[in-house]
Design a protein around this ligand. Structure first.
Ligand code: DHB
Ligand code: MG
Length: 219
C-alpha cells in the first residue's frame, strides 16, 4: 500500500471507530505549539491501549515516556476511578505540559507523573503493588532495561506493550547501526527469549507511518 492509501484507511478507521475527542486533540495541539515532536501514538493505537487496559481489567498502569500525556489520557480513561497511572517523563517541561493536559482531560487525580530518567525512577517503584499493564514508549536504547523492570514490577498476567517496534522496516536489518533500532531489536529478542515473557508483535500502518507494536504477557 502507498502512504496515501494507508493514511486514508487510518482516517476511515479513526472516524468510524475512535471518533474525535476535543480534549485529546487539544493535548496534541498544545504539545505541537510547545515545540514538542508529534510522536504520540496514533488515535487508533491510543484506543488500542485503552481497550487493553479495559480488557485486562487493569487498575495500576505504568507508562515509561509521557511526552504530552496523549497515551496517558487514553489509558487513564480505561481504568477504574480508583485506579492509578504512574507515568515517567525525563523532561520537566514535557511533564508540566502533560499535567495541564491531564487536568483538562479530567483524569489528573488518577495520574502520577514521575520526572526523571526512567532508569533512575523505576527502582523507586519496587515494593509497591504490582502493575497490571506497562506501556514502554521512551528512549528505545533502553528497552531491555525497561522490559526487565516491567517483569519485576509486574506479576503473572501483566500486559506489556512496546511502541515503535517496526521503525519503517528497519527492525529487520541485522546490519543497522542506528542505536534506537538496535535497542528495539534487543528488546524484541529479549521478549522472544526471556522466560518471564510470552510475546508477539504487529506491524502497523497509520498516520504516523510504518511501525509496529509488541504485545507481551508476564508469565
Ligand atoms: C518516534 C515515534 C515514536 O512513537 C516514539 O516513541 C519515538 C520516536 C519517531 O517517529 O521518531
Ligand atoms: Mg512511541
Amino acid at each position: 500500500p502507498t502512504p496515501d492509501l494507508w493514511r486514508r484507511v487510518d482516517a476511515y478507521l479513526t472516524d468510524t471507530l475512535v471518533g474525535h475527542d476535543p480534549v485529546l486533540e487539544a493535548a496534541v495541539a498544545d504539545q505541537r505549539s510547545a515545540g514538542l515532536p508529534s510522536i504520540e501514538v496514533a488515535p487508533v493505537n491510543g484506543k488500542l491501549l485503552h481497550l487493553l487496559a479495559r480488557i485486562s481489567g487493569a487498575r495500576r498502569v505504568l507508562e515509561i515516556g509521557t511526552l504530552g500525556a496523549y497515551s496517558t489520557i487514553w489509558m487513564a480513561r480505561g481504568i477504574p476511578d480508583d485506579g492509578r497511572v504512574v507515568t515517567i517523563e525525563a523532561e520537566a517541561r514535557n511533564a508540566a505540559l502533560a499535567r495541564v493536559n491531564l487536568e483538562r482531560a479530567g483524569v489528573g487525580e488518577k495520574v502520577e507523573i514521575l520526572v526523571g530518567r526512567a532508569a533512575d525512577m523505576l527502582p523507586q517503584l519496587e515494593g509497591g503493588a504490582p502493575f497490571d499493564l506497562v506501556f514502554i514508549d521512551a528512549d528505545k536504547e533502553s528497552n531491555t532495561v525497561y522490559l526487565d523492570w516491567a517483569a519485576r514490577l509486574g506479576r503473572p498476567g501483566t500486559v506489556v506493550i512496546v511502541d515503535n517496534i517496526g521503525r519503517g522496516g528497519a527492525v529487520a536489518d541485522p546490519a543497522t547501526e542506528n542505536p534506537q533500532v538496535i535497542g528495539t531489536q534487543r528488546g524484541l529478542e529479549m521478549l522472544g527469549r526471556d522466560p518471564r515473557f510470552d510475546a508477539t508483535a504487529l506491524q502497523t500502518l497509520d498516520l504516523k507511518g510504518y511501525d509496529g507494536v509488541a504485545l507481551a504477557v508476564v508469565v
